[in-house]
Design a binder for this molecule. Structure first.
Ligand SMILES: [Zn+2]
Ligand SMILES: [Zn+2]
Length: 175
């Protein structure tokens, strides 16, 4: 049987134990993740994440723009250190202060939220991510700390949220 998951979507990063699955945007948990994304101050690539355990949302977060000053944003477009050195997507964000550090990603922040409350023993926690089509290594590592092995994305995320895709909706996510 051919399922969406078996389609060859090659994530730039996926740990061995990590599983990506897909749900329609109408999925209630995915809609909650999208609502989180609406709160983001990253107007270019807003993302939202919720963690679900025992059929309930236990935490929700959005990503944060690493820089918010419009002048700095323009400067970064021209002089991104990672771009200058040709660092591929998903790698070495720490090289460039203008690049989203992993700690500003929604997946990272939503886990940190729970850890700050001392919550780290959830039953089969799963994460729903809206606004992106894969998770970077530091975010996966953070999710694994909480025992999250499964991430749900919106169907066709790799087309909707990938800049090089002709059908991407980046910049008009909430239109
Ligand atoms: Zn950069
Ligand atoms: Zn990340």
């Amino acid at each position: 049987m051919e399922t969406k998951n078996q389609k060859t979507i090659v994530c730039p990063y996926l740990p061995t134990e990590g599983i990506i699955d897909y749900v329609p945007e109408s999925n209630a948990f995915m809609m909650a993740a999208k609502d989180q994304a609406r709160k983001s101050n990253d107007h270019n690539t807003p993302t939202g994440a919720v963690i679900v355990s025992d059929g309930k949302i236990v935490s929700g977060e959005h990503n944060k723009a690493p820089i918010s000053n419009p002048k700095l944003i323009n400067l970064h477009k021209k002089y991104c250190i990672r771009k200058i050195f040709g660092i591929p997507s998903g790698h070495k964000y720490w090289l460039c202060p203008g690049c989203a550090t992993n700690s500003s990603h929604a997946e990272y922040r939503v886990v940190l939220n729970l850890q700050k409350q001392g919550i780290n023993n959830l039953n089969n926690p799963e994460l729903y991510l809206w606004g992106h089509w894969w998770c970077c290594e530091p975010c996966w590592n953070k999710m694994m700390e909480l025992g999250i092995k499964k991430v749900f994305l919106v169907e066709d995320s790799e087309l909707l949220f990938e800049r090089s895709s002709p059908s991407n909706i980046i910049g008009k996510q909430f239109a």
